[in-house]
Design a protein around this ligand. Structure first.
Ligand code: G
Ligand code: G
Ligand code: NA
Ligand code: MN
Length: 254
């Protein structure tokens, strides 16, 4: 209950902060693609990542409240600087399993998209493969509805969950994000390297943009590009930055 109180008061007191992490497009270095990542600031000013509070959020059924709050903050920010948003290629935003299963969340999202039509084509919603597979009908409904309004969909953390390649055919996603646990040490671990290669081949066969996360070294980045992975995300590419820097060219890392 302590953690729940933390999360709800962080939302109420505007202590949820948005960061963004670059996804480099191989062969298209000018395309600006980012993933939005939430951080919780304690009253003392300490920042926590979602790894430290998403467990509590899901346990206490706060997933939809958090996702709605994050989307509201993101849209508010993007509306403030339309000139800068124009330069943005694509922006991924995470959606929890609870939100996917909840029709009122889809209603919230479609309302937001209808009122901000020019932003819809800049958005890509990420759901984990586990969330998608455990709510497959609702996931399909969500995916179809947001795609009809110009958004993309990504399957996050692919390869580590309940997954099997069989589900991929039932989920009309545009992007496949290979779980970082396979990527991080793939230069040293031939089994992980084989897993990355297999996921990449299946994703490409299904015409999905394949993205690798947790790219922590130039060696791994080169291996991924050789395999045909088209998106690279991780500390070797760029660390997460405050959202303001994503949309302000002068503040963006070189
Ligand atoms: O930043 P960190 O590695 O702690 O992120 C942990 C997980 O939380 C990641 O899987 C990320 O996709 C997820 N996450 C990040 N931001 C959000 C968000 O705004 N909403 C939801 N539901 N999950 C998020
Ligand atoms: O669940 P999701 O895959 O969206 O989580 C992304 C999280 O991974 C973010 O919290 C981000 O801070 C973290 N992250 C980003 N790049 C790297 C990396 O190179 N290595 C590791 N270990 N974590 C990373
Ligand atoms: Na994600
Ligand atoms: Mn992920």
């Amino acid at each position: 209950a302590e953690r729940l109180a933390n999360v709800s008061s962080a939302i109420a007191e505007n202590r949820m902060l948005l960061y963004a992490q670059r996804i480099e497009r191989v062969g298209d270095p000018d395309f600006l693609h980012y993933e939005v990542l939430v951080r919780m600031r304690s009253p003392e000013g300490v920042l926590q990542g979602p790894g430290e509070f998403m467990g509590a959020v899901e346990r206490y059924g706060m997933g939809m409240a958090l996702d709605r709050h994050v989307l509201s903050l993101l849209f508010r920010h993007l509306q403030v600087c339309p000139a800068h948003v124009q330069q943005l290629g694509l922006c991924n935003v995470n959606v929890s399993a609870q939100s996917i299963a909840e029709p009122s969340f889809l209603a919230f999202v479609t309302d937001l998209l209808e009122r901000n039509r020019c932003l819809a084509r800049k958005l890509c919603f990420e759901i984990t493969e586990t969330a998608a597979v455990s709510n497959i009908d609702q996931a399909r409904t969500f995916i179809d509805a947001v795609k009809a309004r110009g958004c993309r969909m990504a399957l996050d953390d692919f390869g580590s969950g309940l997954s099997s390649f069989g589900y991929l055919r039932q989920l009309p996603a545009d992007m496949l994000k290979i779980d970082g646990v396979f990527v991080r040490d793939m230069n040293l671990d031939p089994v992980n390297r084989a897993a990355v290669r297999a996921i990449t081949e299946v994703g490409r066969e299904l015409h999905m943009l394949v993205v690798a996360e947790w790219v922590e070294s130039a060696v791994v980045a080169d291996q991924l590009a050789q395999m045909g992975v088209e998106g690279l995300q991780g500390y070797a590419i760029e660390r997460p930055i405050p959202l303001e820097r994503m949309t302000q060219p002068a503040l963006r890392p070189a």
